[in-house]
Every structure is written in C-alpha cells, then in structure tokens.
Design a protein around this ligand. Sequence first.
Ligand SMILES: NC(N)=O
Length: 683
Amino acid sequence: MSDIITFTAPLSQGFGYGIILGLGFAFALLMIFITWALKRYQNEVQTSEMFSTAGRSVKSGLVAAAVVSSWTWAATLLQSSAVAYKYGISGPFYYASGATVQILLFATIAIELKRRAPNAHTFLEVVRARYGTAVHIVFIVFCLMTNILVTAMLLTGGSAVMTSLTGVSTTAACYLLPIGVVLYTLFGGIKATFITDYMHTVVILVVIFLFAFSAYATNAELGSPGKVYDALVEAANRHPVAGNAEGSYLTMRSKEGGIFWVINLIGNFGTVFLDNGYYNKAIAASPVHAFPGYVIGGLCWFAIPWLCATTLGISALALEGNQTLSSDDVTAGLVLPYAAVKLLGYSGAVATTLMIFMAVTSAFSAQLIAVSSIFTYDIYQAYIDPKANGKKLVWISHMSCIVWAVVMASFATGLYYAGVGMGYLYLLMGVIISSAVFPGAMTLLWKGQNKIAAAVSPPLGLAISLSAWLATTKTQYGVFNVTTTGDNYPMLAGNVAALLSPVVISPILTLIFGSQNYDWESMRQIRKVDDTEVAAEAHIDLEMVPGEVGPTEAQAEEETRKLNKAALYSRTLTIFMALAMLILWPIPMYGSSYVFSKKFFTGWVVVGILWLFCTLFGVVVFPLYEGRESIVRVVKMMAYDAMGTRPAVYRGRKADEMQASGLATPAEKSDGEKAKEAIESSA
Ligand SMILES: NC(N)=O
C-alpha cells in the first residue's frame, strides 16, 4: 500500500499574493499603455465595435495566437497531466487530440460566419436573426452556461494550484485572480487582449520547454527519455493500470483513457461551438484570415497539453516512488505542481505559479470579452435599449465584465467548499452544454433546420443527458455523491446522450414541422453600431477608426469570392485533419495494443518537443512577421514622438481639419494622409 502524498507549499504566501496582484496590476498598466499606443498610432479608439471586434482586421498569426491562449485553460495543463498520471502515455494524446479537432472544425464555421453574417458581433445575434426571440433565449442560456463552466474551471484549477504552491487561501485566490484581468480587459477590449494573450502564450511555452528539457535532458534523477521509460516500467510493476494493455503506462490501449477521450471530445465540442469567444475571434479576424488563423491555432495548440502532460504527468509517475497522490488531489489538478517541484524544486514551483497564472488570466480575459458581448448585444441592445449608442454599449460591456467576475469568484468559492474540483467540471461540461452543439452548428450550415427544432432540441437533449448521467450513476453505484457522479461511466453516458440526442431530435422535428428553407438574408442584414459619439469624444474621425467603415461594393464582392473559394477547400482540409487525429493516428495504436519500446518512446517525446518548436514559430514568430510593417511604423512614430520631431498627426484629425484649427501645417497634412493610407493598408 502506497503512502498518500501530502502537499507543503514551497513558496510563501507573500509570493503568491505578489504574483496574483502584482502581475495582475502590471498587466493592467501594460494594457493602458498598449491601448494608448493603439489609439495614438493606429487610430484604434475603444468604440463599442473596436472593443468587441477589433475592427474586424486581425491577421491569421495573431488570430492563431489568440486561439491558442484562450484555449489554453488551467485544465489544459492540469487535467492533461492528471490523465497522464492516471492512464499513462495515452492520456496526454487523448487530451490533446480530443480538444484540437473542434478548433480545426470550427475553422469551417468561422468561414460560414464571415460569409453569411459579415457584420455580426456575436454568434447569438446570428441565431436571433435567423430564428427570432425564443431560440435566441435558449442559446443565450446555453452559451452563458458554457462561459460559467469554463470560468469556474479556470478559477477552481488556478486557485487550487496557487494554494498548493504558495499557501494563499483558496477563497482569496478565487476573488483576487480576476482583479488584474478585469482591469486589463476593461482598458484594452479584444484587440489589446490579443496582444497580452500573446505574451502569456510566450511564457507558457517557455515554461513547458523548461520542464521538458529538465525531465528528458538535464534532471539528476530522470534526465533522458530512457530513464523516464525505465521508471514508467517500474511504476507499472508497482501498480499496473487496470484496462491498459499489459497494465502498462506505455500504451495507447487504455480502456479508461479511451472513455476519457470520448468525454473530452464531446465536452470540447460544447466549449468551442458554444463559447462566443471563438466566434468573437472569427469576427475580429479579417475575412480571409479567419480560416488559416483557426487551423494554425489548432495545430499549434495540440503540442501544449501533449508535451506538457507527457512531461509533467509522466514525471509525477516516474518520481513518486512508493508514494501516490490522493484522487482528490488528482481531480483538483495537483499532479502538475507536484511533478514541477519534484523536477526543479523551488524554481519549478515559481515557474508553475507563473505558467498557471498566465493560463488562467489569458483564458479569463477571453471569457470576459465573450460574456460582455452577450450582455451588451444579445441582452441589453436586443431587449432593453435597442437604440443604445456606442458609448452606452461600451459602459454596459464594462459593467458586465465586473459583475461577471464577482459572480464567478463567488461561484468558484462555493464549488471549492462543496468539494467540486476542476477535473469534475471538466468531465461534466459536455453533459450540461453539448446538446446545443448540433442545432447551433446547423444554424450556420443547414438551411433546413426550423425554429422548433432549434428551440426544442437543446433543452430536450439536456434533459436526456442529465437523465442518462444520473441513471447510470444510480445503476452503477446506488448513491449520488461527487465521487460516484464524477466517475467515467456516468459521465460517458451523459456526454454521449448530450451530443447525439439532438442529432436525432432536430431532423425529426424539421421533418414533422417542415423545412425552414432559409435564404440567409436576415443574417446578412445585421448592422454595425453607430459609434460616432465615442469617436467624437476621442477627437478622431469615425472613418479613420479601423473597421468602422465597411468595404466598398467591389471590395465586398472580392471578399465574398475569396470566402466562397475558401469554404470548399476548408471543409476538405479540416475534415481530413480531424480524421487524422481521431482515426489514422490513434486507432491502429489502440487496436494493436502496442506497448511502446524504449526507442519508440524516445521518438514520441522528440516529436512532442519538435511540435512545440513549431508552435513557437506559429504563434510567436509568425504574428511578429505578419505585423512587421505595423510594428515598425508604430516604433518609428514613437521614436519621432520621443524626440519631439514629429507633429501629433495621430490625434484623430484629418490634416485639413488640423490646419483649419491651426494645429497643422501643410507638411502635417501629407503625414496625415500617409497615416490614413497606412491604416487602410494594414486593415
Ligand atoms: N481547452 C481545453 N479543453 O483544454
């Protein structure tokens, strides 16, 4: 019988509060600077359009980086390591592939959204335009449930790690973690969060490399794939894994791992297809960049949980000796911090605290933008004040961020006291939300689905999934508690029922009540908000703010032509990539019950490390390359400003107006025009 590992925080509480509050405020300051610079040098005023759509001009590199950062939750690092610890080498793959295919498939949805509703702010607006109020309300509920679950997982996972490593109170962590991120999201809106998210991703990648090189190259106890391999063989001798081929940790043939894979796949269909954040990013992308942005983002993201868990979850097994982590600690997400401290001691604890802080805050900021756009456009503007101007909508966006953060901190604290950890929520998410995935996707893909099918199949699917989940718990265990309801089998039943029941219900209801035969016109009629007042207050001409002026007719036609061409190509490519991750790669390995040889394991680890290098290129180097002209222009203008040699042409006046008001000289006029041209060409 192994001893249960007890945690002693290696860092001080002062360090924990310093990271949570200090880094939070530092990012808020940085965001104030970025927002100021974007306004001064790029004319990006925080109009309501800018706050939630970034002027619809973001390029694929930055879209990919934003997808990676908002899809890298605390769970991506913690839960993936937990399943590696429980099921062995298959766990990281099942986590990573089970959450990558949805991003790849979403690329297709992103194109449809751009084609069919070019002026939409949220997915829900599109639902309303097609089906009207009843269906809109159903989807508001499902989308908000998605945001509740994701935010709760961020806070429960993040606070558990902060407590285990620094000893800060879990309640305090739940309330303090959101402060900095709310501040910086308020100042920055979606565009500025794209930029800070980029920095968060850099930190996360560097920390994963640090741990990977420690475990597989430099660590005194492990230090090579061969030694890790030997330690895994010993671990399986001490406690063979039930349901794995030969009881080994070194096989993809894992029954429980496979069950987790299905649950993971289904839950993540919900958290991508029903999270407004992913539609927000598609909306923020310039039309032709949405598809490559999502494909690059998905492929780059894969390596994060895969290598992180193949390093930390596996190192926990290799280094635990005769001890073992309690199942509560595994569910709470503490495998990763345990392994990090075992590998790198004090530095491992510091690196983990930083990495988890970055993962929680960047994903949290994406949640805030998503939720605020629902409250602003889908609740306030839709039902409370349809004539609200841009200024009022910005205020509503800000208030909803603050209220959401307070409510979610309280909810996460409640979950902590109820003994519900991040791992439980992770398995549960599909049961609660995934019945809206099929009718939601069909809103953009199938002209037949009628209003009744769209309104009824999500709640009916939810009733079926809850029944399947609870009935399986009852028949398997006879009692309901966190352990029994959180077991793999009840969760599997609930998840499968959630995703698949609407696949049957929606077509049947469409057949009974008749096809809608939708012409897509009402989606195209969605209009932008009038931000004239906000721009006037910032002394900037509205037409100079990126995204405020629509394309000319010729430009729109050209965009539609490109999007139509991309639609066919994207469907083929994304379906092929999804099949490769779901069938071509794992199924032969599962079916053959192959147990890894030492050489194969070494190759597996090397591929993981190389893939993370590709990620580094895709979401760190590529966005810089793509944005090089804007970066050089902004840096040059900052230098002019600092030297006092450049007149303030970016104060939002056209040069002729500046002249009229005595602010400009003829030389400034040509600068102003150049600036405008530059903005147009960068947009
Ligand atoms: N984003 C996920 N599922 O890690």
